[in-house]
Design a protein. Structure first.
Length: 254
């Protein structure tokens, strides 16, 4: 190999080493940058998780690591003890449904078809409100919704419930009349009740989680059963009141 070839090889080797050194420095710089970014991100998550009481912002219902550990370590009887009081209150409130049934007992005796749809409407109200409660709790926990957004969220959910109930009423009422043989006036009651019930359930499902956050109660324990209890009572009352108006319109005996 000639001296010129040796010089060229040495020069090429030197350039390769210099390239490797510069790439190594760049890799170290990127590692340091990524490390600092993830560190600040994890710090932010810890701060967000630990800021549960602050200022009425979303994230109040997010569980901290200590709260999660406490839930996992608590025995089942402690969990039941923490919940049974609220469940008892909601169970007592549901007794209002029995009072409503007694008030409209004569109406039910004369129009027994109305009783067929009481379980359906109660279940639908719980389903509708449950969807809203789950959506609001998830949004609060993720911090995408804050308590200051409550009016906007409540209006949106109310109109969403009204629209979904109207769509379902337009389907259910004809099916009940044509396929189930229900009288036309009872089908009309269903047609008008479903939008009202859906709007009520969606509205309560949006309001209750915000109230729980404002008064520093656990919305994951209270919001869903409170919504269900109130919707059952309000929905049943609305159902019979609409029935009375519809029956009067058709000149039927109440």
């Amino acid at each position: 190999m000639s001296p010129n070839d040796n010089k060229k090889s040495a020069s090429a080797l030197g350039e390769l080493k210099e390239t490797i050194r510069s790439q190594a420095k760049e890799i170290e710089r990127l590692k340091a940058k990524v490390g600092s970014g993830s560190g600040s991100s994890s710090d932010g998550k810890k701060k967000a998780a630990s800021s549960g009481g602050g200022g009425g912002h979303g994230g109040e219902c997010e569980l901290t690591e200590e709260e999660l550990a406490k839930y996992l370590n608590d025995p089942f009887y402690m969990v039941a003890y923490q919940r049974v009081g609220w469940l008892g209150i909601f169970l007592a409130s549901l007794s209002a449904t029995a009072l409503i049934m007694n008030v409209f007992e004569e109406t039910l005796e004369k129009h027994i078809e109305l009783a067929l749809f009481v379980p359906l409407l109660a279940g639908h109200g719980g389903n509708t409100g449950g969807q809203t409660v789950g959506t609001i709790l998830s949004a609060l926990s993720a911090g995408t919704v804050k308590v200051s957004d409550a009016p906007r969220v409540i209006w949106k959910e109310a109109f969403a419930g009204l629209m979904s109930g109207s769509i379902l009423g337009a389907f259910v009422a004809p099916i009940a009349y044509q396929m189930m043989g229900v009288s036309f006036h009872v089908a009309a009651v269903l047609f008008f009740t479903l939008p009202l019930l859906s709007m009520t359930a969606s509205t309560l499902g949006a309001i209750i989680p915000f109230i729980c956050v404002l008064v520093r109660l656990d919305p994951s324990v209270i919001a869903a059963p409170a919504m269900t209890s109130l919707v059952d009572v309000a929905g049943l009352m609305g159902y019979f009141m609409i029935a009375n108006y519809v029956f009067k319109f058709y000149g039927l005996e109440l």
